[in-house]
Design a protein around this ligand. Structure first.
Ligand code: ASP
Ligand code: MG
Length: 387
């Protein structure tokens, strides 16, 4: 059971989370909780680091930002004792979350779950600090923003859990962002592939890496609200009987995804250099030998600029564009989705600068100011408010 930052935002909420964990224990389950840091604690720690130093030393950065999760998990363990149950909070390191040595963005390479198993055998509710681990070089590492989701999924996989429940401040995964589309509908279920595409396209409910991990290890995810008992959204394998078999599952958006045009460069050289700078390239287009167009997430914009400057090539960038993405496994076998998408955008006077697709996604780069109305129009055209 993983609880996000807003679910543990203050001590009253932590007591509520403790009650939920205890209720699961009393229902007969062996329970492992993974808590995020309280509220915006992590943001505050990162702010402190940058106030001290323009480029904080990587090891010390991880020592610092991993602290938030220790606080929330220790407090929750205390609350569980007061409810008459035993609990133990563990750091990522104590819980056996072993990672590579990339500070700030570490990947989990192994979970040595013996201590968690032992504590469960002792009838304890085990709480694990999310977002962190210990590297093969014995240093504390963190997993990147939103990393507690990945901690939870990795533990669920290692322990052979029935499911990994992700408790959050929304009811589940919606057909669109309800702040943009008031009629957006909570999905009962969707596939790992769809969730991967939605997360990669701007849906914030689950971190991308946690979904990848769940798919690779076949962990069923249940995204649900901390503040209600209602069922949320299941994220499962394509063969799972809970699926609705809809053609389109949802629309996701990003407000800004910078688009770069580069002239007269060998594509292999360009992308090797971008990869070496850890840029996560999204769309790539090449229609002639003279020009390559690619997009990258906003947080990688400066790294891209540096690479292009150092290559000494002719380039330009637009950052007045966002992206709308329509996602659904049914697209694989239904023609006409691209046609309808483009007709819908054309109908409201929105022009696509770049169109990219995967077997289950159509994504259009459009002007940032057009993003909300494009999301609403696509949601309506594909009748996503109806189950
Ligand atoms: N506290 C970390 C963050 O804010 C990890 C997480 O909440 O998943 O990114
Ligand atoms: Mg999160």
């Amino acid at each position: 059971m993983k609880f996000g930052g807003t679910s543990v935002g203050d001590t009253e909420k932590i007591k509520e989370v403790a009650r939920r964990l205890v209720a699961a224990r009393e229902a007969g389950f062996r329970v492992v909780g993974v808590l995020s840091a309280m509220g915006d604690t992590t943001d505050e720690l990162i702010r402190l680091a940058h106030e001290i130093s323009p480029k904080p030393q990587a090891r010390e950065y991880d020592m610092l930002v991993s602290v938030g999760e220790r606080i929330s998990n220790a407090l929750c363990a205390m609350a569980i004792y007061d409810l008459g149950h035993e609990a133990i909070s563990l750091t990522g390191s104590q819980a056996g979350i072993v990672t590579d040595t990339v500070h700030g963005k570490a990947k989990i390479v192994e979970v040595r779950a013996q201590r968690v198993h032992d504590s469960l055998d002792d009838e304890k509710i085990v709480l694990v600090a999310g977002f962190q681990g210990v590297s093969s070089a014995h240093e504390v590492t963190t997993l990147g923003r939103g990393g507690s989701d990945t901690t939870a999924v990795a533990l669920a996989a290692a322990l052979g859990a029935t499911a990994c429940e992700i408790y959050t401040d929304v009811e589940g995964v919606f057909t669109a962002d309800p702040r943009i589309v008031p009629g957006a509908r909570k999905l009962a279920a969707l596939t790992y592939e769809e969730m991967l595409e939605l997360s990669a396209s701007g849906a914030k409910v689950l971190s991308l890496r946690s979904v990848e991990f769940a798919r690779n290890h076949d962990v069923r995810l249940h995204v649900r609200s901390t503040f209600s008992q209602a069922d949320g959204t299941w994220v499962v394998d394509e063969e799972d009987p809970v699926l609705e078999k809809a053609i389109i599952s949802g629309v996701a958006q990003t407000d800004c995804e910078p688009l770069f045009r580069v002239r007269e460069i060998d594509a292999a050289t360009l992308f090797a250099r971008l990869a070496a700078a850890s840029v996560n390239v999204d769309t790539i287009l090449q229609t002639s030998m003279e020009e390559i167009v690619f997009s990258a997430p906003l947080e990688d914009r400066d790294a891209c600029k540096q690479v292009l400057e150092s290559l000494g090539v002719e380039w330009s960038m637009r950052d007045d564009l966002g992206k709308v993405s329509l996602v659904g496994v049914g697209m694989k076998s239904h023609p006409g989705i691209a046609a309808k998408t483009l007709a819908t955008l054309g109908g409201i006077g929105v022009e696509s600068q770049v169109i990219s697709t995967s077997p289950i996604k159509i994504a259009c780069h459009i002007r940032t100011e057009d993003v909300p109305k494009a999301v609403a129009a696509l949601h309506e055209a594909f009748e996503l408010e109806r189950a």
